[in-house]
Design a protein around this ligand. Structure first.
Ligand code: DAH
Length: 339
């Protein structure tokens, strides 16, 4: 048995000499020290030895086991150091090489215009309100003085989820939600996506964006509406921009109007952009209908307010002289990179 142990020691020494990788070392370890390893087998056979032999062989076996363990560890450390040195030699770092440029993206033109509009109104003390795109018929129509059979529903014929739930067709629904939750004075804008079952063409999309505005307080008049929206128009289109209001009809405002701005291309002379009119329509507005105030629990005898709704795509198209709304939604980088 003594010879056997010595042979094991000699074999391992030889194997270790030749070993060139950590994987090889692991194989050697298993071959000798593993559960079914050669040295392990010898150690297991110790029971069969006589009482005199056992301590002698036992001591030798332990010595060899310790030797194997530390020899393997030492060789492993040596190999690892060697590998590391080789690796360091191969990895040359050229600090003069030009870096790899990451293309920086930019905000979508609609987002840019949306941010600009929001900033203008925040500057006038408005707060921003957000609400659901999947909306109750009540908020989208009913509470806004558009009952079930009102013809105004036709022009906004929409996507119904259920009998009384629609994809909102206008951000005006937010007027009601805000008035239900806040007491006057109220000064909010509500930007967001709206949906209508329109076929896609150069000026129509089934999904687009609006920015709703609402002001309610004691003594709010049409003069406030005009002043506020004029500041808005001039901020957006420059100090020379002129505005005009034309009578119109919306069920939830009385009186109602549409606001035009003087054409920013020709300044009012008439050109291709304004189709020769000199004016461009940019929003709908009006004094909040007393019925709508009452629907929201606000006493129309005490309070009054004005509201407006702006189409974001329309503003952006005019802003950048874009003649096809589909460009905003196609995500063509050749288009988007221009902003
Ligand atoms: N909601 C209207 C639309 O989608 C726009 C609008 C008009 C909003 C007048 C208003 C308003 O708040 O007072 O056509």
């Amino acid at each position: 048995m003594k010879e056997q142990l010595q042979a094991i020691k000699a074999n391992v020494e030889e194997l270790l000499q030749k070993a060139a990788s950590p994987e090889e070392l692991e194989r050697i370890r298993i071959q000798y020290l593993g559960k079914k390893g050669e040295l392990t087998a010898v150690l297991k056979g110790m029971g069969k030895l006589s009482a005199e032999e056992r301590p002698v062989i036992g001591a030798l076996a332990n010595e060899i086991r310790d030797f194997l363990g530390s020899a393997l560890d030492a060789k492993k450390a040596e190999l690892e150091a060697q590998l590391q040195a080789e690796k360091l030699q191969q990895e040359v770092l050229d600090v003069t090489m030009p870096g790899r440029k990451r293309a920086a993206g930019s905000l979508h033109p609609l987002t840019q215009v949306m941010n600009e509009v929001q900033d203008i109104f925040i500057g006038m003390g408005f707060q921003i309100a957000e609400g659901p795109e999947v909306e109750y018929d009540y908020y989208n129509f009913e509470a806004l003085n558009i009952p079930k059979n009102h013809p105004a529903r036709d022009t906004q014929d929409t996507f119904y989820i259920e009998e009384d739930i629609v994809l909102r067709t206008q951000t005006s629904s937010m007027q009601v939600r805000v008035m239900e939750q806040q007491k006057p004075p109220i000064r909010v804008i509500a930007p967001g996506r709206v949906y209508r079952s329109d076929a896609v063409d150069a000026t129509h999309s089934p999904v687009f964006h609006q920015i709703e505005g609402l002001v309610v307080d004691k003594g709010v008049t049409m003069a406030d509406l005009k002043g506020t929206l004029e500041v808005f128009a001039k901020s957006l289109y420059g100090g020379e921009a002129k505005v005009r209001f034309r009578p119109h009809h919306f069920p939830f405002t009385e009186p109602s109007a549409e606001m035009d701005i003087s054409c920013f291309v020709c300044g009012g002379e008439g050109c291709r952009v304004c189709k020769g009119e000199g004016w461009i329509e940019i929003l709908g507005c009006g004094m909040v209908h007393p019925k709508v105030l009452a629907n929201c629990g606000i006493d129309p005898e005490v309070y009054s307010g004005f509201a407006f709704g702006v189409g974001l795509e329309r503003i952006a198209m005019r802003r950048y002289d874009i003649d096809d709304l589909r460009l905003f939604f196609e995500n063509d980088l050749r288009f988007l990179k221009q902003f």
